[in-house]
Design a protein around this ligand. Structure first.
Ligand SMILES: Cc1cc2nc3c(=O)[nH]c(=O)nc-3n(C[C@H](O)[C@H](O)[C@H](O)COP(=O)(O)O)c2cc1C
Length: 333
């Protein structure tokens, strides 16, 4: 589907880890890379696209689909009060007003229509089919992230060209269309088989890849290519913060869990103090919780405090190595 030498895709990792340098290194090793547009302003995406153009390699771009609904104010206020001590510990003011936004979706689609990427991948659900069609007419192939056969069917009906099948072992946010849906610990290869049973769309599969055997298992299950995120978090070219990097090798972190405590949407992270203190009480409300905790998390990263930071990591985190990304990618095949 992607026409690269190796069936390896660098997953988009918003918030810092994915850089143009990381994407370039993966491309040069024979894989394909997605750049994350999530969280960026339209101006920041414009500058990322300029950097990508300057790098002279074909990259995919990943977008967050806007979320319906808004978190009720009393739930926001309650969680804000619960986090007061966390914020005080870092000298951070938590925003008073809940912010529900569309992650600049219309402007980002416009930018990608005027400067098409070969692939645009979507996560957090499906946009109107007309937006998918606009990206396709501009020359992009559009992939939707799905986590179940039902989501795959809906994506096919919406007109996408392919799927990113994400297993629950994946690091970072789950792309589950409904963030409140319980996410069972189904092995990614099993999800791939179940999706392939309901659609012939080509599949990029990811979630929990920790080495060549996991790559082989996903290809055997019918994936055209395999996405890796966590394995690249410690890559030389990654923009992962030093606090996050250190936590990935700290034996004090013993497991990953799915939590919506940081952003209001389930994401897999190393279990830390913040997850233990707020995992059970946090409301579901993305992007309001993302905006609520953003400065707190930034301050935690800057202060070297791994217990107030979202330490996104998939189940294969112990296999992540500090090496050039090209070596990591070649080591997978
Ligand atoms: C730090 C981090 C950030 C991520 N950010 C995004 C993102 O912006 N968009 C997206 O579609 N997926 C994102 N993901 C999920 C990846 O696309 C992918 O599903 C996952 O990394 C694959 O599982 P693995 O981490 O076990 O390799 C992120 C994952 C991580 C670890």
């Amino acid at each position: 589907m992607i026409g690269t030498d190796l069936p390896i895709v660098a997953a988009p990792m918003a918030g810092g880890p994915s850089t143009v340098a990381l994407a370039s290194a993966v491309t040069d090793a024979g894989g394909f890379a997605f750049l994350p547009a999530g969280y960026l302003t339209a101006a920041a995406l414009e500058s990322l696209l300029a950097d990508a153009r300057a790098a002279g390699r074909p990259f995919g771009v990943n977008l967050f689909v806007p979320q319906p609904g808004a978190l009720p104010a009393e739930q926001y206020d309650g969680y804000r009060a619960e986090l007061a001590d966390e914020a005080a510990a870092l000298g951070v003011d938590l925003p008073v007003e809940p912010q529900h936004d569309d992650d600049a979706w219309p402007a980002k689609v416009d930018l990608l229509v005027s400067e098409p990427a070969p692939f645009v991948s979507l996560t957090f659900g499906l946009p109107p089919g007309s937006d998918i069609a606009r990206l396709q007419v501009a020359g992009s192939r559009v992939l939707a992230t799905v986590t179940t056969p039902d989501e795959a069917r809906a994506a096919e009906e919406a007109g996408v060209d392919g799927l990113v099948v994400q297993g629950s072992a994946a690091g970072g946010h789950s792309g589950a269309f409904d963030p409140r849906r319980p996410i069972p610990p189904t092995p990614t290869a099993e999800v791939v088989r179940a999706v392939r049973a309901v659609t012939a769309l080509p599949v990029v599969a990811g979630g929990g890849v920790d080495g060549p055997d996991a790559v082989r298992a996903l290809l055997d299950a019918g994936a055209a290519a395999v996405a890796v995120g966590t394995l690249l978090l410690r890559a030389t070219e990654a923009g992962t913060t030093p606090t996050h990097r250190a936590a990935l090798t700290d034996p004090a972190f013993a497991e990953t869990v799915l939590t919506h405590a940081f952003t209001g949407r389930p994401a897999r992270a190393l279990r830390n103090g913040f997850v233990d203190r707020h995992g059970a009480s946090a409301p579901y409300g993305y992007p309001e919780l993302h905006h609520l905790t953003r400065d707190l998390r930034r301050a935690a990263a800057a202060a070297g405090d791994p217990h107030r930071l979202h330490l996104w990591a998939g189940t294969g985190w112990r296999a992540a190595q500090e090496r050039p990304a090209g070596e990591i990618v070649r080591g997978l095949v």
